[in-house]
Design a protein around this ligand. Structure first.
Ligand code: 13P
Length: 339
């Protein structure tokens, strides 16, 4: 394992004022996003939309890494330049989503396990050749009556650690993503309890499977009430509880933590990240690895039309800049209005 290389990639991704653009929507998920604006999902639109984002002027100022889906890691832009090269030329690191999605977990009604370990060593060898500097594996933990079970938590933690070990063996920084979903009606304290249990199981497994923590990143959910909960928490409470939960469970040796947005609005995701960085002493840098919370406004501005490239890029650049400020605790809502 090339520890120096792993740690240096992880540190580059955690450059102050920068974070990750999660543009690794699977073919099924990007179709849903395109359906919302009435655009057909074809290889041309899937690649063209991503090319538009990656060619945003100043892209690398706040985006230090981009997670790609397999199709885009192999795809070229309109002038024949590989998309991964466009990302690197902007000063950002291309990464790759490697899990094969969440499938029903046997004997556990309502629960999922992320699959994709078979053949993963060989896939990693190819991804390393294609220039991926980091990878992502997302496990999904749902909260509802009687779930999650410890069985589901442990099975997903074990798979995340097996993935992380293979990733580090290939010289690729693993991002471990155990996402506790915010779809339910649960309150913030239930999210805290489940997130803490999930992170404890995860770091037990990462230790057992000899993961080099300095050469890894964590992509967690924030500790937040379910979307259908009548009791929504303030930004200060989300920030305070998220930091408390992470401090209990995540070793200080981990090089950085980059949150998913998970269905928060764009501004909420920024406000929550900012509140954590502005008001708390932290053992690791906290930044973003947002999908929806970086792309919603850009997708709306784009509408599938080439003539809207500049407007969509402006919308994207604005969100990237706001989140870059939040990663330093320097954002405030007035900056949104000013823009
Ligand atoms: P969201 O920020 O839209 O949750 O996406 C992040 C991600 O990569 C989920 O795996």
């Amino acid at each position: 394992m090339d520890k120096a290389k792993l740690e240096s990639i992880a540190k580059k991704i955690m450059t102050p004022g920068c974070g990750i653009l999660a543009a690794d929507e699977s073919t099924g998920t990007i179709k849903k996003r395109f359906d919302s604006i009435g655009v057909e999902s074809t290889p041309e639109t899937r690649n063209g939309y991503r090319e538009m984002l990656f060619r945003t002027p100043g892209f690398g100022e706040h985006v230090s890494g981009v997670i790609l889906f397999d199709e885009q890691l192999r795809a070229d832009g309109s002038d024949g330049t590989p998309l991964r090269q466009i990302i690197e030329d902007a000063g950002s690191v291309p990464g790759i989503k490697v899990d094969k999605g969440a499938k029903d977990l046997a004997s556990a009604p309502g629960e999922k396990v992320a699959e994709g370990l078979d053949g993963l060593r060989e896939r990693f060898a190819e991804y390393a050749e294609l220039g991926a500097g980091f990878a992502k594996w997302r496990a999904v933990i749902d909260i509802a009556d009687g779930i999650p079970t410890q069985y589901c938590i442990d099975t997903n933690a074990h798979a995340l650690a097996r993935y992380a070990a293979l990733s580090q063996e290939a010289g690729i920084v693993p991002i471990v993503e155990p996402e506790v979903l915010m779809d339910g009606a649960h309150d913030i304290d239930r999210c805290f309890e489940v997130t803490e249990a999930v992170l404890n199981a995860l770091y037990d497994e990462l230790f057992a499977q000899r993961i080099f923590l300095e050469g890894s990143l964590l992509k967690p959910n924030m500790v937040i009430a379910g979307k259908r909960s009548p009791k929504q928490a303030s930004a200060e409470e989300v920030a305070g509880k998220t930091v408390q939960c992470l401090k209990r469970a995540v070793p200080a040796a981990v090089t950085g933590i980059v949150f998913l947005s998970g269905g928060q609005s764009e501004e909420e995701a920024t406000a929550h990240l900012n509140a954590m960085n502005a008001s708390h002493d932290l053992p690791w840098p906290l930044s973003f690895s947002y999908g929806r919370a970086l792309q919603q406004a850009a997708l709306q501005a784009w509408q599938g039309k080439d003539e809207n490239w500049a407007a969509a890029q402006r919308a994207f650049a604005h969100r990237a800049k706001m989140n870059g400020l939040a990663a330093k605790g320097e954002w405030n809502v007035g900056l949104e209005k000013a823009a």
